[in-house]
Design a protein around this ligand. Structure first.
Ligand SMILES: *[C@@H]1O[C@H](CO)[C@@H](O)[C@H](O)[C@H]1NC(C)=O
Ligand SMILES: *[C@@H]1O[C@H](CO)[C@@H](O)[C@H](O)[C@H]1NC(C)=O
Ligand SMILES: *[C@@H]1O[C@H](CO)[C@@H](O)[C@H](O)[C@H]1NC(C)=O
Length: 414
């Protein structure tokens, strides 16, 4: 077994050694392309451009070009065009090789490589921004808002002023709305609206941050963000939850977005307020049915993300809690009001009873001059107050106190 593998390996090794020396048809030469240039045509966009070698014999041959990008992100491909466009962060420069490929039947001939290089833009070390992060969201008017934050480079002087630009396809815009750190350096930028296509699928948003300072050249920084990966999805809308026998039924609508409803997935958060059990369920439709313990009260929240039609973004915020199940008295204000109402009624009753005892007392002992007048006034007021209470006990107390008041008044008047 081991020997078979080594034979195969030796064979592969021999082939790879032999390959560069593919036999060439007699008299045919392959010349490298000429005038290979690199041009920055927009932020983080480089145009590679070359010309076929004028000495290259083209009759009966297919000519293609091998492109090998060395930095910043290694990549190899071939093309029959004489140009190629790459979108990549250019703050550390760019370098690439190309060569001619001559194809004839099964034969493939390659020229030598030609190289081209873009130097990194000038700037003092550690002056470029770090920890750049960006988030987008779809606004009510179906445009895309963009917000980016960053940290000033550790080597950036205190007077550094950073500027942020974004490019989306052919649109480039400079930020107009910055937030600043304690040294008055810009560290955050917001675009309330951008040229970013809200229906775009996995396009790149290029962010370019450069700067200026009196004391140092500030090195620019670029980063590419996948448009869908940095989208903070909006919350699901119109959530309704109800109980059907032992089942909890929930329905909702997709978040505000131009993507179809099939593009979204949801997380359903179910919290049992009695047992304190938490559950998070992944759901890919807009409705949900689950058997629950009907004696418990639940709180429910939902959040959304897109994922089926494009790259997953940032999860939306959770929706407001919705409660289902048997209700305990949970509103503290209603509770306090009820207690207050009962307390008032009881106090009133007590006062009424004290009055009654007083009255009996005054009958047992020589009469005090017209004690009844003291009590005639407060009772209608107290009665009015008691009537304003809204709890169930109010009517009972009301009618009881009414009798009491009447009898007290009767007694005192007659
Ligand atoms: C390459 O560039 C040189 C100088 O810029 C020019 O003279 C020459 O014609 C170009 N060659 C081709 C094939 O275009
Ligand atoms: C900035 O990024 C670095 C490396 O990614 C990380 O270690 C550091 O914690 C980040 N700083 C802040 C303040 O987020
Ligand atoms: C920052 O970059 C923009 C866009 O490339 C450019 O127009 C501007 O002059 C640059 N500013 C500085 C201070 O380098």
């Amino acid at each position: 077994m081991a020997s078979t593998i080594s034979v195969v390996l030796i064979l592969l090794w021999t082939i790879s050694l032999v390959q560069p020396h593919v036999p060439q048809p007699a008299g045919v030469q392959v010349f490298p392309p000429v005038n290979f240039t690199l041009t920055v045509s927009a932020l983080a966009r480089v145009l590679l451009h070359w010309k076929p070698n004028p000495n290259q014999e083209q009759k009966n041959y297919t000519i293609r070009y091998d492109v090998k990008i060395l930095s910043p992100v290694p990549k190899e491909y071939d093309t029959k065009k004489t140009y190629s466009i790459q979108t990549v962060a250019l703050h550390d420069g760019f370098s690439a090789h190309i060569r001619t490929l001559l194809l004839h039947n099964d034969l493939e001939m390659r020229s030598a490589w030609v190289k081209a290089k873009l130097p990194p833009p000038p700037g003092a070390p550690e002056t470029s921004v770090t920890n750049l992060s960006c988030v987008t969201h779809i606004t009510l008017s179906s445009t895309v808002a963009l917000r980016c934050t960053w940290l000033p480079g550790p080597g950036a002087p205190k007077d550094t002023k950073y500027f942020l630009f974004y490019r989306y396809e052919t649109s480039t815009e400079e930020c107009q709305d910055y937030s600043k750190d304690e040294w008055n350096r810009n560290t955050e930028c917001s675009f309330a609206t951008t040229q970013i296509d809200p229906e775009g699928i996995d396009n790149d948003i290029v962010i370019h941050v450069n700067g200026s300072s009196k004391y140092a050249a500030i090195k620019p920084f670029q980063q590419l963000f996948n448009q869908n990966a940095i989208e903070k999805v909006n919350v699901p809308r119109n959530v309704t939850v109800f109980l059907e026998q032992n089942d909890l039924l929930a329905t909702w609508e997709k978040p505000m977005s131009l993507f179809r409803k099939e593009c979204f997935e949801y997380e359903f958060y179910l919290f049992n307020l009695k047992s304190r059990n938490k559950q998070i369920l992944k759901i890919s439709s807009n409705e949900f049915r689950l058997q629950i313990d009907v004696t418990s009260r639940y709180s429910i929240q939902i959040r959304a993300n897109h994922h089926i039609c494009c790259t997953r973004g940032f999860w939306s915020d959770w929706t407001e809690s919705i409660y289902v199940g048997p209700k305990k008295l949970e509103n503290p204000i209603a509770w306090i009001l009820t207690v207050l109402c009962v307390f008032t009624c009881c106090t009133f009753l007590l006062v009424a009873m004290i009055c009654k005892i007083n009255h009996v007392w005054s009958k047992l002992f020589p009469p005090v001059p017209t004690p009844s007048n003291k009590f005639r006034d407060p009772f209608p007021n107290e009665y009015e107050r008691a009537r304003t209470c809204t709890s169930e006990t109010e009517t009972e107390f009301g009618s009881f106190t009414e009798d009491l008041t009447c009898s007290v008044l009767d007694d005192s008047v007659f």
